[in-house]
Design a protein around this ligand. Structure first.
Ligand SMILES: Cc1cc2nc3c(=O)[nH]c(=O)nc-3n(C[C@H](O)[C@H](O)[C@H](O)COP(=O)(O)OP(=O)(O)OC[C@H]3O[C@@H](n4cnc5c(N)ncnc54)[C@H](O)[C@@H]3O)c2cc1C
Ligand SMILES: NC(=O)c1ccc[n+]([C@@H]2O[C@H](COP(=O)([O-])OP(=O)(O)OC[C@H]3O[C@@H](n4cnc5c(N)ncnc54)[C@H](OP(=O)(O)O)[C@@H]3O)[C@@H](O)[C@H]2O)c1
Length: 456
């Protein structure tokens, strides 16, 4: 990663920008489109990556927020929003694809950092921005204020800053937690059901209180090279529409509220919104955000050229990905939607629309699991319970060649896989859990079992 240069020399800046632009052009040329459909998971990953690198080697699209709606206004603790953006071009993505959005720091944080370093913010800097794995970094030549707003994470003290301030205990802890997270992620990704420990808990320190601690020992140049870059966040598209008259597209997403725990420098616990979720839900119609439309590795069977039945298991805002399929003309029943929500009365999100699909036969079978019913006498159900209770039916669908597609939390992906393994043994599709796990792994490799799951 090149070190950022504050107030750079003009000639070397131009040389670096030209080199960067060439590298990005080469990336776009190298990762060409390939028309055939993937058959295996590894092929799907390779194709997704080619499209991803090609897309990310171009500039992010300016997206104007045109619709902003709270879907569950009665829920006091955990909100969900529907956001629609208008963007330039034709979109060119399929149901199941993603919007990859750049979040930004709030102005008061940027001002606090500028004050700390005694800068006005109008001086120009050449700074490396987020870069996707295996692709050239993109450089930005911009004002310090814009760099701090759009490119540098100002929410939490980065690992290198923590080390510099002597917080190696936190660095070690977070590194272990990150490794646990990736083990869980890979477990869910390969169709595994063995939970390697509880969800990770990070020790994140607020940047501003860390900066107070650093006082004048830290130069702006060091600070810029220590702090993480703002990494965009993915959101499943629930709708993508091309507007032939304007030549623009409308892309809709569903965003769940997320509580981000962090510590002040003297270790007092605090909570705030997640960086990207907080940024998105506080936007107002007319605001512009920046992002890319990107493919997911996962594909609904119809986009793999397959016509087998589909069992779609979604939780919470994971319904967004399912909606993109249900709203598209390519949807092909039989389709069984298993949907897990905290509460149907206050948190069905798109309930009436889903019920309509069930009445019209777009959804052939609709199962709802409510985990936090208002009425204390109603049993709590999760999607895992819904699948277990209907295991005979699930096995009938599996014997008919059904695809299984999960969308939602990482934890849900692991639990549902575990339930399916148990069902395969209980209903004597497999002799034991080892054989059942091998079968799920085989389905995963053949793209018959796909888990679009994320988070914790
Ligand atoms: C393919 C894909 C599709 C997605 N679709 C949607 C969607 O449709 N709707 C939706 O609401 N969200 C979706 N997400 C999740 C979304 O991308 C963001 O992760 C989410 O909004 C939280 O980001 P944040 O910046 O608000 O939270 P952050 O500020 O990143 O906070 C996240 C919380 O997780 C912890 N954390 C820190 N690092 C990690 C880590 N490496 N892994 C896990 N947790 C960590 C933090 O301690 C904090 O508590 C999707 C994610 C992926 C990968
Ligand atoms: N493609 C993707 O990767 C993608 C797309 C969209 C969303 N997402 C992710 O999905 C998450 C959705 O979160 P949300 O806040 O909207 O959901 P939520 O309201 O917290 O949970 C929805 C339902 O899922 C249940 N659930 C939680 N853990 C489970 C588990 N291990 N097994 C079975 N059911 C479980 C919940 O039960 P309880 O009430 O018991 O907790 C609840 O009924 C987001 O964090 C987002 O990151 C991912």
């Amino acid at each position: 990663m090149p070190a950022p240069i504050v107030i750079p020399q003009l000639a070397s800046t131009v040389r670096k920008l030209v080199r960067d632009a060439r590298a990005n052009r080469r990336t776009r040329r190298r990762h060409r489109r390939s028309p055939a459909l993937p058959d295996t998971f590894s092929d799907a990953v390779a194709r997704r990556n080619r499209r991803l690198y090609r897309t990310l080697a171009g500039s992010p699209l300016p997206l104007t927020l045109v619709e902003h709606e709270r879907l569950d206004p009665e829920d006091q603790n955990h909100g969900t929003w529907r956001l629609a953006f208008r963007g330039p071009g034709r979109g060119g993505v399929q149901p199941g694809d993603l919007l990859y959005l750049n979040w930004e720091n709030p102005p008061h944080r940027v001002d606090a950092v500028l004050r700390h370093f005694g800068r006005r913010g109008d001086e120009r800097v050449l700074i490396d921005t987020f870069s996707a794995p295996f692709q050239p970094g993109r450089l930005a030549y911009t004002t310090l204020r814009t760099a701090l707003t759009r490119h540098v994470d100002l929410q939490q003290a980065g690992t290198r800053l923590l080390s510099r301030l002597g917080r190696n205990d936190a660095v070690r802890h977070n590194t272990e937690q990150e490794s646990l997270h990736w083990t869980r992620y890979r477990t869910a990704g390969r169709g595994g059901d063995d939970l390697p420990g509880p969800a990770p808990r990070y020790r994140e320190f607020d940047l501003l209180s860390a900066l107070e601690r650093a006082r004048r020992d830290l130069s702006l140049r060091e600070f810029l090279s220590f702090q993480d870059r703002i990494a965009p966040r993915a959101y499943s598209l629930s709708r993508i529409e091309n507007d032939a008259t304007t030549g623009q597209f409308i892309a809709e997403i569903t965003v769940s509220e997320l509580r981000r725990p962090y510590l002040t420098w003297d270790s007092r616990p605090r909570h705030d919104h997640g960086r990207s979720a907080g940024y998105l839900i506080s936007r107002a119609p007319g605001d512009t955000v920046f992002g890319w439309l990107i493919p997911d590795t996962h594909r609904f069977p119809v986009f793999l050229g397959r016509s087998e039945p589909l069992v779609l298991v979604c939780t919470g805002s994971g319904i967004s990905g399912a909606l993109s399929l249900l709203r598209s003309p390519q949807t092909t029943p039989p389709l069984w939607l298993v949907y897990g929500v905290r509460n149907w009365d206050t948190k069905h999100l798109y309930g009436p629309e889903l019920e309509r699909y069930a009445e019209e036969g777009v959804v052939s079978r609709f199962s709802v699991a409510v985990s936090r019913p208002e009425d204390a006498t109603t049993p709590k159900r999760r999607v895992t319970d819904a699948l277990w209770d209907q295991r005979d039916e699930l096995v009938r669908w599996i014997r008919a060649g059904a695809h299984i597609y999960l969308i939602g939390r990482l934890d849900m992906g692991i639990s549902v896989t575990g339930t399916i393994v148990k069902i395969l043994v209980d209903r004597e599709v497999c002799h034991d859990e080892e054989e059942a796990r091998a079968l799920v792994r085989q389905w995963k490799a053949e793209l018959r079992f796909q888990a679009a799951v994320s988070g914790l």
